[in-house]
Design a protein around this ligand. Structure first.
Ligand code: KDG
Ligand code: MG
Length: 402
């Protein structure tokens, strides 16, 4: 079998998605997600201008060799654009392989280690009362694990909070908006939020919280410690992780489990975090970490250190990535939890799929390959629209993390 055609399809049903379609001489095709939130066209160009010409004519079963060819052969390694492009090729190849062998991708990754995957959703509110209402809404939808964020008194529109009713989408069309951030009121507010949630909902729900990289290591240590009585499933992205050793300080101060990795691209971003057991969950995603070929190796490495997975699954990861993550999580031994931010009906219509949600768990379905498709004529009706994540500044105007 040979790859004979490759197309990059950009669509924006309600947000932007970049998808690679690889076609073979036997009529089988595969899909890979190449979406990089706010930098979508860079990955599309990387694929069209630099990758596609090199993979036409190759055998789609050679997932390992093609991965190494694109990673090592470029000379310029790592980075989100490169790794998203490699991921798109890799995932499309696994999809082709599954379809050619008439089996779901999870069977190619080791077969079923579990029947379904625990997922967590996002509850948000402009204040604690509204956050409690949103937790109740998600609990009633069946979720057993809920990430909770709420507005902070004195700060308008902090990142991570839905602006109105319905599902939350962080990207905004047009140029980036700017918002004010202050750590002091945040640190005072979050323990009060979780105290109220536990009083209201009891001990059974798994609760998670995302700090969006905004704290220093010592601030994160304090927060982790103050949240201990509320038994969080995890505290996410407590501090930026470019300097991995920052997590040592957090680890030394708190037993609240720590998750990180949604912005990581290769094992080298997480190597120290994992081998020193400074984290409990590695959140790298299929699309931003070089695809299934690389993420499987990262999961196996993490398993040696009792670190479990918690793959990023926000709406900027397309249904192709959600399907790939569910096959991956079904197969690996050290699966922890999967993030689930449901896509809109418009996105689901462009990407019909076999995966499903029921009672707090997801299942990848049993269709051959990934079990996700792309309606190209519908996709063409939704052209790309410039969109970015918002930007945060401290009250004095200094730029900060999200
Ligand atoms: O593209 C960025 C979003 O996916 C991210 O900010 C969402 O933090 C996020 C999460 O945990 O889903
Ligand atoms: Mg996050």
């Amino acid at each position: 079998m040979k790859i004979v055609n490759a197309t990059v399809i950009i669509t924006s049903p309600d947000r932007n998605f970049v998808t690679l379609k690889l076609e073979t001489d036997e009529g089988i095709y595969g899909l890979g997600d190449a979406t990089l939130n706010g930098r979508e066209l860079a990955v599309a160009s990387y694929l069209n201008d630099h990758v596609i010409p090199c993979i036409l004519g190759r055998d789609p079963f050679q997932t390992e060799d093609i991965w190494q060819y694109l990673y090592r052969g470029a000379y310029w390694r790592r980075g989100p654009v490169t790794m998203a492009a490699i991921a798109a090729v890799d995932v499309a190849l696994w999809d082709i392989k599954g379809k050619a062998l008439n089996t779901p991708v999870y069977n190619l990754l080791g077969g079923k280690s579990r029947e379904s995957l625990l997922v967590y959703c996002h509850a948000t509110g402009k204040d604690i009362e509204h956050a409690l209402e949103d937790v109740a809404r998600h609990r009633d939808l069946g979720y057993k694990a809920i990430r909770v964020q709420s507005g902070i008194p004195g700060l308008e529109n902090p990142y991570g909070i839905a602006k109105g009713p319905g599902n939350y989408e962080p990207a905004e069309r047009g140029l980036p908006s700017e918002h004010a951030w202050a750590t002091e009121p945040y640190l005072r507010h979050v323990p009060a939020l979780f105290a109220r949630i536990r009083t209201h909902f009891g001990e059974d729900l798994h609760l998670l919280h995302d700090c969006h990289h905004r704290l220093t290591p010592i601030e994160a240590s304090r927060l982790g410690k103050e949240l201990e009585p509320f038994d969080l499933f995890w505290l996410e992205d407590p501090t930026p992780a470019e300097h991995q050793e920052s997590f040592k300080l957090i680890r030394e101060h708190t037993t609240t489990p720590i998750a990180v990795g949604e912005v990581f691209n290769t094992i080298w971003d997480a190597h120290d975090l994992i081998r020193n057991q400074w984290i409990d969950y590695i959140r790298m995603s299929v699309v931003h970490s070089g695809g299934l070929t690389h993420l499987k190796k990262i999961a196996d490495f993490a398993a040696l250190y009792q670190v479990r997975t918690g793959c990023h699954g926000a709406t900027d990861l397309s249904p192709v990535t959600m399907a790939a993550a569910l096959h991956f999580g079904t197969a690996i031994h050290n699966f922890g939890i999967q993030e689930h931010m449901p896509h809109t009906a418009e996105t689901d219509a462009v990407f019909p799929h076999h995966y499903s949600f029921k009672d707090g768990f997801m299942h990848p379905g049993n269709a051959p390959g990934l079990g996700v498709d792309l309606d190209e004529s519908l996709a063409a009706k939704h052209p790309y629209q410039r969109a970015y994540l918002p930007i945060n500044r401290k009250l004095d105007g200094t730029l900060t993390d999200w």
